[in-house]
Design a protein around this ligand. Structure first.
Ligand code: ZN
Length: 312
């Protein structure tokens, strides 16, 4: 395998079985990586025990196998990676980029989600406080002088999404210093995902557009830790008739065993890959082979949401 090989991953949380929306993400990433002869990895993001459903990891892996989505190497479990997250925090601490935050939930609610950096200079040390990443100073909303305009430009983090194109966010004004470790000691999704994408050598990330606005945070963390930056492609999210993302919380139907070929074909249609009607009658192997051969990122609609097929 050359150093330039593409490496992708599917990284579900074990909060329930796969539904149509998660199958679409897995399939799209799988086809894209396989078309390029790369390695496709699976990572179980099991670092939030209160949200997890017992047995869900095994069910998800079994469902992937049943759909012919076979991964390379061993499954990586984030619950076994905690020392690496601590190490990353240590690295950030040495660069003076993190700090303890004692703000409680009511205060955060009053702030409306964008943290105001109040604890940044308090030098708190209590281990039961949250840990936040310093993203720099808040940007003045209207800069009258040249210096302020320059600072505002520098505060924007941008990247080119392979499906959605240019995307930018001002971390300082739109997100604020964000949590890397919660008060209850659990590591944040943002930290774990960045550390593990680097650890697994991921070069291409394909996932739902609900994670689009997390991407600048993840790129910023990559920069703070001296990691390389993967390519990103954000897929439309499948929504139900109420306009909600298909999810366990919204009672999305788990994929029915025995329907694998139909599920794959429907996902290809939904991703506007234009499979021939005759493919619907074929085996999962034939459907996947067709998908690998004809996979086209350019055909995927550059939109954040699309209605899920009715049956799902
Ligand atoms: Zn605070």
């Amino acid at each position: 395998m050359s150093a330039l090989s593409r490496i992708g991953r599917f990284a579900p949380s074990p909060t329930g079985p796969l539904h149509f929306g998660s199958l679409v993400s897995a399939l799209a990433s799988y086809l894209d990586i396989r078309q390029h002869g790369g390695r496709w990895l699976v990572r179980i993001e099991d670092i939030d025990p209160p949200r997890e459903i017992s047995g869900a990891s095994a069910t998800i892996l079994q469902q992937l196998q049943a759909h012919g989505l076979h991964w390379d190497g061993n499954v990586l479990y984030q619950s076994e990676r905690l020392p690496s997250y601590l190490e990353a925090l240590d690295q950030l601490k040495q660069k003076d980029l993190i700090y303890y935050c004692q703000c409680n939930r009511p205060r955060m609610q009053r702030l409306g989600g964008i943290y105001d950096s109040q604890c940044r200079y308090l030098q708190l040390t209590a281990k039961d406080h949250a840990i936040r990443l310093n993203v720099g100073d808040r940007v003045p909303t209207k800069g009258g002088i040249e210096g302020e305009i320059e600072r505002e430009d520098a505060a924007y983090l941008s990247f080119t999404d392979q499906i959605l194109g240019h995307y930018q966010q001002c971390l300082r004004a739109e997100v604020g210093d964000f949590v890397l470790r919660r008060r209850d000691g659990l590591f944040s999704y943002q930290l774990a995902v960045v550390v593990d994408d680097q650890y697994q050598g991921i070069t291409h990330i394909m996932r739902g557009s609900d994670l689009l606005d997390s991407t600048p945070r993840q790129i910023y963390l990559q920069q703070c830790l001296g990691y390389s930056q993967p390519e990103y492609a954000h897929l439309p999210v499948a929504i139900n008739p109420d306009g909600q993302k298909l999810s366990k919380q919204n009672h999305a139907a788990a994929l029915v065993p025995g329907d694998e070929a139909h599920n794959l074909f429907t996902a290809l249609v939904w991703l506007q890959q234009e499979p021939p009607a005759a493919l619907a009658k074929q085996s999962i192997t034939e459907i996947l082979d067709w998908g690998i051969k004809h996979w086209s990122l350019a055909k995927i609609p550059g939109t954040l949401e699309m209605a899920a097929p009715q049956e799902f």
